[in-house]
Design a protein around this ligand. Sequence first.
Ligand code: FFO
Ligand code: ATP
Length: 186
Amino acid sequence: MLKKDLRLKYLRLRNLITPILLDQQSIAIANSVLQLPIWENQYFHIFLPIEKNIEIDTEGIISILLGFDKNVIVPKVISNTELEHYLLTDNTKFKTNSLNIPEPVDGITVPPNKIDVVFIPLLAFDKLGNRIGYGKGYYDRFLSQCKTNVIKIGLSLFEAEDLIEDIAPTDIPLDYCVTPKKTYTF
Ligand SMILES: Nc1nc2c(c(=O)[nH]1)N(C=O)[C@@H](CNc1ccc(C(=O)N[C@@H](CCC(=O)O)C(=O)O)cc1)CN2
Ligand SMILES: Nc1ncnc2c1ncn2[C@@H]1O[C@H](COP(=O)(O)OP(=O)(O)OP(=O)(O)O)[C@@H](O)[C@H]1O
């Protein structure tokens, strides 16, 4: 399928997920993340969910990361194209931006080349590990600034599509995708 049709399909499917199901599925995903071979790493980047858009609740994964004394880094939208990345600390204050994303107000910024593992939001992914988001390219730009061996983990409420047909050269594929049912390794 084409990206634009997939965005529509999965935005609609998300709207069928109840808050209770979202909680259960987010916990199942966090439990599966524990089984990934990533725990030797130190710098983990993770998004905070847009609740209004029924995104996966990443709180469980963040608790696991902090419990293992990992450095946790969260993104902040600073322009139409760019993200900045902040270390999560006990003092981090959050404010919800115009896209309804909770973001750190200020703090310690972390350059993309320090990051070892990135958990990536998505609307859909395919059996080859290609992914699509809301179509602004924030994550493709961010991932292009990371180390070549950065571990890219998609988190999805739904299973893989056969193929996203209109993949572009700037689209960076996933290494893993974790869903409530299974973990895909690409
Ligand atoms: N939780 C979370 N954080 C993230 C992302 C994400 O997908 N999820 N992003 C992943 O890249 C970046 C932000 N990108 C976004 C791009 C578009 C929309 C969005 O909802 N767009 C709507 C209309 C927005 C509006 O109300 O103005 C749309 O395009 O229809 C949200 C986030 C960085 N942080
Ligand atoms: N590395 C990059 N440098 C410059 N522009 C880029 C880069 N990656 C993607 N873009 C641009 O961003 C736009 C959106 O890309 P795409 O449709 O792949 O978004 P997406 O993957 O769905 O969104 P997101 O990454 O925000 O979740 C495209 O116009 C694309 O050319």
